[in-house]
Write a protein that binds this ligand. Sequence first.
Ligand code: URA
Length: 441
Amino acid sequence: MRMYDIIAKKKIGYELTLDEIEFAFMGFTREEIPDYQMSALLMAIYFNGMTLSETINLTKCMANSGEKVDLSEIQGIKVDKHSTGGVGDKTTLIVTPIVAACGVKVAKMSGKGLGFTGGTIDKLESIKGFDTCLSIQRFIEAVNKVGACIAGGTSNLAPADKKLYALRDVTATVDSIPLIASSIMSKKLASGADGILLDVKTGSGAFMKSIEDSIKLAQIMVDIGYGAGKKVSALITNMDIPLGNKIGNSLEVVEAVQILKGAGPKDLTQMCVALAVEMLVLAGRGDADFCTSLVEETLSSGSAFEKLCEIVTEQGGDAQMIREPSGFTVARVCKEVISPKSGYITKMDTEAVGISSVMLGAGRDTKDSEIDYSAGIDMKKKTGDYVKEGETVAVFYTQSEELFDNAAEKYLSALTISGNKPSESPLIYAKVEKSHIMRYE
Ligand code: URA
């Protein structure tokens, strides 16, 4: 078999066999296939797509490329959740302790930020001492002891995906439905949870820009999950506006704590309640009404907040930072971004907002860049708000004064300000289950 022939076959849109997929992708993982040939194949897949059977074969091939986590030592149903990536998306920090406080075990494997999207592991690592690199045994112990654990995946969990994702990130081949579906589901199949909730983001701050593409992606992932014996459902959620008011690692941890104390922004609270309810329903904890009341009770009683403190302590973090919150690295520069005109914010290009936070130091330019945990954005006005000329639209945090101007320019370019108040768009557009789509629009 030759990689050249596989590329040529995909270039004209033919279906690859399981053997061809294994030859190409395992060969690439073993470094027998060079980056330039894999890049060509990825671009051919980007333009010509993959059939469901090709996507399933690619998923299985990547899931089998490393070790698989066996969670059978943990009693009961274990649930996980995975977001396709967004801006200001700190829901894992909130939903994980809520679900655990409701009595369902959460075995959560998370990732680092990539491109303009943030990652849970970076946010958690802004807490002093918090260890996300756990052995599988420690991961299992933590879930058994406190009911939840959030780890960064072992280095050998779906290594084919790790290598491929890094290449996709620099070859403009991330936003492909079969490539995203196989990337996410390979990690989920390898990481052992019984129930998986997929949060498929849609809009200007997501890899999928349209609701229809997001539904297509969700259906493929749900089918792959069921084919592997997992219970999977997906919510299609709005990423045309950043979630909550804060973007940036420690800023997002602080906002997550506010939500768990009942004092955070409404959009983020509603989103987290919806995600937590879905995870509980997937785990068979009860119907949606019962699970909603359970979730609300854990928020109002403070038990979800206490659960977050337990998770932080169990993973070696300083829970005092969460209780106050204090002790996070403080940004040297804190500066306001001023609106150049009056009017309603009718649109935010959320990808550009995410890029401006990366420009402040909150994300990575290259996969080896250092993150500034204190950097980020506190949005004072979002889509639908009225802003006066000269008023503050956002406060920027960064360690370096020099980063401010370009990031502010990028941020302002992301805002459309005009005379008419826009209509409010829903937070959740649809729910995708096996053979069933429920639209909420
Ligand atoms: N998240 C992933 O894990 N993989 C993708 O391809 C996109 C988002």
